[in-house]
Ligand binder design. Structure first.
Ligand code: CP
Length: 292
């Protein structure tokens, strides 16, 4: 694997290889890379989890991190993303972890550069390492994906997590249902009533309402959205006892999920964050060791 930009590109075998490697890191500890590799993290959109856990993973496997501050880079003087990437390639970077607001920013890059590109989230497009850590968390819980009922509820049309997870989970044999206001469904078929799905779902994955990507005034107050589309305490009480709650975070408390459910026994939200380090280490190792 030269780059990781979309879950569409991964075969089931490649997904399982990454999950297996992450499980080994988790069980036996991280392994240092066999050579010297340099990595830069370029975040053109805010991030807490993804940026920090990539950096933690890079340190754990012994990659050298070259700092890059987007707010002090020559992109502010108008330098294009392509020229920025070619410059970092010329300096000698092996891999670039990039988050960017443009959907598919990587399309103009991957065939024109020799540096490995790892997509850390592109606009409303894809978030492959979030999807892989979600899969890892689900696999830890249920052992396999075949026949699992996964409900993804929230701001679907703006969600790169929904897009990546729909691709991956369906490829692995899970049944994915989307729940959202009809006008937020994007290209997906969706339901808008919890009664149809809450008692049968194995995984209830909430998505953040992405206020920053809505061009128009929200049609719902926070309380109205929570009441109609959020995971309320009453709805959580109707979940199967072995079902789990997930959320990629950051969370709007009491909007897509009730505040008190975030650290409830069925929640795996902080487990997802923890698993992100193992997954990102596995992805980096696979890509860096494969460098020619
Ligand atoms: N889940 C996720 O991508 O979080 P950050 O935006 O904090 O990286």
């Amino acid at each position: 694997m030269e780059h990781l930009v979309s879950m569409k590109d991964l075969t089931v075998e490649e997904i399982m290889l990454i999950l297996d490697r992450a499980a080994i890191f988790k069980r036996l500890g991280f392994r240092e890379l066999p050579g010297t590799y340099t990595v830069c993290n370029l975040f053109f959109e805010p991030s807490t989890r993804t940026k920090t856990s990539f950096e933690m993973a890079e340190r754990k496997i012994g990659a050298q991190i070259i700092p890059f501050e987007t707010s002090f880079s020559s992109t502010l003087k108008g330098e294009t993303l392509y020229d920025t990437i070619r410059t970092l390639e010329a300096i000698g970077l092996d891999a670039l972890v990039i988050r960017h607001p443009s959907d598919g920013f990587y399309e103009e890059l991957i065939d024109r550069t020799n540096v490995a590109i790892i997509n850390a989230g592109d606009g409303s497009g894809q978030h492959p390492t979030q999807s892989l850590l979600d899969l890892f968390t689900i696999q830890e819980e249920f052992g396999s994906f075949e026949g699992l009922k996964v409900l993804i509820a929230g701001d679907i049309s703006h969600s790169r997590v929904a897009r990546s997870n729909a691709e991956a989970l369906q490829k692995l044999g899970a049944e994915v249902t989307f729940l959202c206001p009809p006008e937020w469904a994007g290209e997906f078929e969706s339901v808008d009533n919890w009664d149809e799905v809450i008692e049968t779902s194995d995984v209830v994955m909430l998505l953040r309402v992405q206020h920053e990507r809505h061009n128009t005034e929200m049609a719902y107050t926070k309380a109205a959205y929570h009441e109609q589309y959020g995971l309320t305490v009453e709805r959580a009480g109707r979940m199967k006892s072995e079902a789990i709650i997930m959320h990629p975070a950051p969370v709007n408390r009491d909007v897509e999920i009730a505040d008190c459910l975030i650290e409830s026994p069925q929640s795996r939200i902080f487990k997802q964050v923890e698993n992100g380090v193992y997954i990102r280490a596995a992805v980096l190792e696979l890509i860096l060791k494969g460098r020619k």
